[in-house]
Design a protein around this ligand. Structure first.
Ligand SMILES: NC(=O)c1ccc[n+]([C@@H]2O[C@H](COP(=O)([O-])OP(=O)(O)OC[C@H]3O[C@@H](n4cnc5c(N)ncnc54)[C@H](O)[C@@H]3O)[C@@H](O)[C@H]2O)c1
Length: 426
């Protein structure tokens, strides 16, 4: 058995890069990605996601590479490749299969492969391990072992960093679990929980995000109801949360590649096993309709104030899938833009965090650098810190008299009593 742990991290995105750099403070790390441009940037200490600062590359024992041969001496693999869904919401496991195949091609006896990508329960042992066995010619359990350790990193969050987040680990058997535990213990300060099995650890991660999705869906549904009642959801939640066991969630746009995706991984597995998960799928349906609900609300308010929709200009603040990140993947703001454009309104969008050249940026989005002129409606879609600092007066400066302000996250509730605008929020 190899005693020295040389770590290989496969996939260096939002999850893999912070993992690789943290491990490289305590271990020798080979950091592998198929994206050669990303590797070239990382070799210069540049992380275009802006999650890791140049100084966080300093003092690390790390070799960034797109050459799989460089992984040959590794004996502990950590996999953090993407696990998206396709347009039919079916899990896309190509990256995971490909990464498993790559590892199989360089795997040696007694190595351990730990998956961190979010998957449905059973995926690691039913899909990834057979790929590794096939390309390595080695046998699972006898020749190599596996683990699963779900990732809880929260991009844009400088407080809950990898070392400070409690980690779940799981593995093939007791012996490999001890080894996985030991390797992670050196890096994770917040404590490590040993899950009963790989499937349990996979399920734990998926329900963390599914629980969040369903709870936000309930808040979004309440928002639609209270809009008809004519009261504000924020006011209701403020009152209800005075009860000791009321759980605090808020309505909002649910996008990104975790909460917006992971419930589909669980429902996929569930349907495969013969059960259609109504609660989970209803939650998804409600959350997916929120951008259209907002677009409709803005349109009807503009019509009520005697404006012609095809002459209305709307400015959206924020395009990324959540606040203070550059990540545009599955941003629900794009659905909001589409919803507004269906009413033939002219939509401009402003987001200092969004890269206009990002492949995820839809070509029809009218991304502007500065608000120009007056708008009939302004939507504060993403509560970036810069926008909060800007203050509500800034929004009013670019709004036509009596125009609509839709404050998705209720950042500026003081506008509610301002006669210069029609103030709406979820
Ligand atoms: N981003 C998050 O907030 C977050 C949080 C927790 C868990 N996760 C999960 O972690 C996993 C990774 O997510 P991410 O956001 O870091 O993805 P990402 O898209 O930011 O990065 C993935 C990286 O993997 C690389 N890659 C793809 N296929 C590869 C292969 N075959 N071999 C080597 N590299 C390959 C890509 O080039 C990319 O650099 C996903 O399963 C995701 O659900 C993400």
């Amino acid at each position: 058995m190899a005693s020295l742990n040389k770590i290989g991290v496969i996939g260096l995105g939002y999850v893999g890069l912070p993992v690789a750099l943290e491990f490289a403070r305590d271990y020798q790390v080979v950091a592998f990605d198929i994206d050669s441009q990303r590797i070239a940037e990382l070799q210069q200490g540049i992380d275009i996601t802006e999650e890791m600062l140049p100084q966080e590359f300093e003092g690390c024992d790390i070799h960034f590479t797109d050459q799989k041969e460089d992984l040959k001496d590794v004996n502990f693999y950590i996999v953090a490749v993407p696990t998206p869904v396709d347009e039919h919401k079916i899990p896309q496991l190509d990256a995971l299969r490909q990464a498993s195949k790559t590892i199989g091609e360089v795997l040696s006896k007694n190595d351990i492969v730990v998956f961190e990508s979010t998957v449905f329960p059973g995926c690691t042992e039913e899909i990834c391990i057979p790929e590794i066995e096939k390309s390595s010619g080695l046998r699972y359990r006898q020749d190599f072992k596996a683990g699963y350790s779900p990732e809880r990193i929260n991009p844009g969050d400088r407080k809950h960093t990898l070392r400070k987040i409690k980690k779940i680990v799981s593995a093939t058997d007791e012996e490999s679990l001890e080894r996985v535990y030991e390797v992670y213990s050196k890096v994770i300060e917040a404590g490590i929980f040993k899950a009963k099995s790989i499937k349990v650890a996979e399920a734990a991660k998926i329900i963390e995000n599914t629980q969040r999705d369903v709870n936000i869906a309930l808040m979004n549904e309440l928002s639609i109801i209270f809009d008809r009642v004519g009261i504000r959801t924020k006011d209701v939640l403020e009152a209800a949360s005075t009860k000791w066991n009321f759980i605090n969630f808020h309505p909002g746009l649910v996008g990104g590649h975790c909460i917006d995706v992971d419930p589909y991984y669980l429902s996929y597995k569930s349907i495969e096993l013969g059960y259609t998960p109504d609660v989970i799928l209803s939650g998804r349906k409600v959350n997916n309709q929120i951008p259209h609900f907002i677009a409709h609300k803005v349109a009807t308010s503009l019509v009520k104030s005697d404006r012609k929709l095809n002459q209305c200009r709307v400015l959206i603040y924020g395009l990324t899938f959540k606040e203070n990140v550059r990540d545009l993947r599955n941003s629900r703001v794009f659905d909001l833009v589409n919803g507004l454009e269906k009413f033939e309104m002219h939509v401009d969008a402003l987001d200092p965090h969004a890269d206009p050249n990002d492949a995820e940026m839809p070509s029809h989005i009218n991304l502007i650098q500065d608000a120009k002129g007056d708008y009939d409606a302004i939507i504060l879609a993403v509560a970036h810190e810069d926008f909060i600092q800007m203050g509500s007066n800034h929004l009013l400066q670019h709004l036509k008299e009596g125009g609509v302000i839709y404050d998705v996250k209720t950042v500026f509730p003081e506008l509610q009593s301002n006669p210069a605008c029609i103030y709406l929020s979820l």
